[in-house]
Design a protein around this ligand. Structure first.
Ligand SMILES: Cc1cc2nc3c(=O)[nH]c(=O)nc-3n(C[C@H](O)[C@H](O)[C@H](O)COP(=O)(O)OP(=O)(O)OC[C@H]3O[C@@H](n4cnc5c(N)ncnc54)[C@H](O)[C@@H]3O)c2cc1C
Length: 274
């Protein structure tokens, strides 16, 4: 079955924001709460939404932000624009309190400017964000959802679990470093799915776990997100062994080992693009 997921477009806006709170959700994931007047009008309607986070140059500490022009974003003539893709995990519009946006950063050391910045972020630090440019809703008419995600896609997975109706049987396979990550979800969200936490430290086999789910019904939607190379055998199994159509499987490489700032629009399996 092909699912229709019309993309809702949002105006492209660059917003300057600052950090209000930081906390570790689990030891390897730091939640940064952003606030500021420019969050007024922020919208994120789809569980798989992402935005661009603009970060200060680690060398100079200067934050260089592009400007919005009719066909997209234009780099200023001076300064280095550094950006990475992140999931808007939670947005609380302004009311009694100022608007707040939570982004969960996986800390993987200082090799990347985003991880390095997040590990040191403190209240008052400045950032900019752009997007989401568009949102795809939960596909209409599904009765099942299977999610396979690593740490970087736990924010999106959490949004999927909260976005689907109670009538959607949801299974999640979370491929994480070790058991310290198992506490990532709050209890109410965790109760919305049958969840298996797979630990790379123990050599747990994600492909085997997906196979052990057995046949996947035609009204079940499958979301794969995480390290791009690791998604290749999962997608091959679903598309070629189970024969699921392209529209039933959303596979998105969120990062790739050894690649800086992966372009997630590139096919995860260039020899077999959709
Ligand atoms: C749609 C989308 C949504 C995303 N949402 C989130 C999110 O909510 N939270 C989140 O943490 N990430 C998320 N990511 C992934 C994030 O954009 C990448 O991990 C990004 O590369 C991090 O930037 P960096 O500056 O830390 O590292 P980079 O400068 O991009 O990379 C430096 C080195 O670190 C490696 N690396 C990058 N990420 C990781 C990692 N997670 N673990 C180990 N090594 C890594 C790279 O392979 C490279 O060798 C998302 C990506 C996409 C495409």
């Amino acid at each position: 079955m092909e699912f229709i997921r019309e993309k809702v477009r949002h105006p492209l806006v660059v917003r300057r924001v600052h950090v209000s709170v930081v906390r570790h959700v689990v030891p390897s994931i730091r939640r940064v709460t952003l606030t500021g007047d420019e969050l007024d009008g922020f919208t994120s309607a789809g569980p798989g939404d992402h935005l661009k986070v603009f970060l200060p140059d680690p060398g100079t500490g200067t934050l260089t932000v592009p400007e919005v022009v009719p066909d997209g974003l234009r780099r200023p003539d001076r300064g280095v624009v550094i950006s990475r893709d992140y999931t808007p995990r939670d947005f609380r519009p302004s009311g009694a309190r100022p608007a707040e946006l939570d982004i969960d950063f996986v800390l993987h050391g200082d090799a990347g400017p985003a991880s390095a910045w997040a590990s040191r972020a403190k209240p008052g630090d400045e950032l900019a964000i752009a997007g989401p440019r568009g949102s795809r809703p939960v596909p209409a008419g599904i009765d099942g959802l299977v999610i396979v995600a690593d740490e970087t896609a736990l924010p999106a997975a959490s949004r999927w679990l909260r976005a689907v109706g109670d009538d959607v049987a949801t299974t999640a396979l979370f491929d994480v470093a070790d058991e310290t990550v198992d506490d990532y979800l709050d209890r109410a969200t965790a109760r919305r799915a049958s969840i298996e936490w797979l630990h790379r430290e123990d050599g747990d086999d994600v492909v085997g776990a997906l196979r052990s789910l057995g046949p996947i019904g035609e009204r079940t939607f499958v979301v794969l997100a995480g390290e791009a190379t690791g998604l290749v055998p999962l997608r091959r199994y679903l598309r070629h062994e189970l024969g699921l159509p392209a529209g039933q499987v959303a596979a998105s490489g969120y990062w790739k080992r050894g690649v800086v700032n992966l372009d997630h629009h590139a096919p995860i399996d260039p020899t077999d693009p959709d």
